[in-house]
Design a protein around this ligand. Structure first.
Ligand SMILES: NC(=O)C1=CN([C@@H]2O[C@H](COP(=O)(O)OP(=O)(O)OC[C@H]3O[C@@H](n4cnc5c(N)ncnc54)[C@H](O)[C@@H]3O)[C@@H](O)[C@H]2O)C=CC1
Ligand SMILES: CC/C=C\C[C@H](O)[C@H](O)/C=C/C=C/C=C\C=C\C(=O)C/C=C\CCC(=O)O
Length: 261
């Protein structure tokens, strides 16, 4: 399936999982807006991607996604620059149990805003031609741990929101498929925040429990997560799907039992 001529937007795209996703999209000839808070890492990312994929194929947009107006502008700038929008990956996330309200804003509220903005630009309801949204949750939504209660709550929230809005998209004939991705531990800068009291607050004392889980379940590399994202984009049968990626089972899907009366 050729994705050439399509346009994507990835939040938190300057490093870690988001950066791997951006590169997979560029490898498939998708033009990409890299929306990220970090100016320095974003600038470096732009230089490196221009050198690797050629100028004009991606653009770094500095944006704090918790600022609703700035997020709206980032979507509009993407459409103004590339003429359309087809894929949105709401990936940016933080792990901050000290400033837990910020964690809710970044990990959940901004994912909801990003999904609604994606629908504004892609839904047939607004005369657009459809697309795909992928919201990044975590295996933490299935196997909770004592060192990140609010992070865990946000990742549960992302799954609930995504499954419900995916149903709305289907019933409302929006033409937009909306799926959720739940990676286990991935080797990115975020993972190293477990030892940092500024992030973990009083739960830092449970870091050994976290490390034991990492040893038990293993650590994935970002390109496998990007492979999962590309599958969610290209498999036209997937809407409201909950993709899990783990060391033991690789890319697979969570199954829900139908509710009984
Ligand atoms: N690394 C891991 O083990 C796992 C990560 N995840 C999730 O994957 C997503 C990406 O995580 P990583 O790549 O590991 O993290 P990371 O910390 O390496 O990268 C996150 C990116 O998001 C950006 N960002 C943070 N706050 C932002 C804001 N307010 N506005 C715009 N950009 C912002 C950062 O500048 C950074 O470039 C997150 O949602 C995370 O919760 C899920 C499961 C496992
Ligand atoms: C300081 C922590 C920072 C970042 C890491 C994040 O918290 C990340 O989102 C947390 C991931 C937690 C993963 C937890 C469990 C992983 C489990 C497995 O890998 C496999 C276990 C079962 C698979 C069975 C199934 O597929 O259902």
């Amino acid at each position: 399936m050729s994705l050439s001529g399509k346009v994507g937007l990835v939040t938190g795209g300057a490093q870690g999982i988001g950066r791997a996703v951006v590169e997979s999209l560029l490898n498939s000839s998708v033009k990409v807006a890299v929306v990220d808070l970090n100016q320095e890492v974003g600038n470096e990312c732009q230089v490196q991607l221009d050198a690797k994929y050629g100028e004009g194929n991606c653009t770094f947009i500095q944006c704090d996604i918790t600022d609703g107006d700035k997020l709206k502008d980032a979507f509009q700038r993407t459409v103004d620059l590339y003429g359309r929008l087809d894929y949105v990956v709401n990936n940016a996330g933080i792990n901050n149990e000290n400033d837990w309200e910020k964690t809710i804003q970044v990990n959940l509220t901004s994912v909801i805003k990003g999904t609604y903005l994606a629908l504004d630009h892609m839904s047939k309801e607004h005369g657009k031609s459809g697309g795909v949204v992928i919201n990044v949750s975590s295996m933490a939504a299935f196997l909770h741990s004592p060192h990140q209660p609010v992070y865990t709550a946000t990742k549960h929230g992302v799954i609930g929101f995504t499954r419900a809005i995916a149903d709305a998209s289907l019933l409302g004939d929006y033409g937009v498929r909306i799926n959720v991705l739940c990676p286990a531990f991935v080797n990115t800068p975020l993972l190293h925040s477990v030892e940092n009291e500024a992030n973990m607050g009083k739960f830092v004392k449970f870091k050994d429990d976290f490390k034991q889980s990492m040893n038990k379940f293993g650590v994935l590399q970002p390109p496998l997560i990007a492979e999962g994202v590309m599958r969610l984009i290209t498999d036209s049968g997937l809407n409201g799907a909950v993709m899990k990626i783990t060391c033991s089972k690789g890319i697979h899907f969570h199954t829900y039992e139908p509710p009984s009366a």
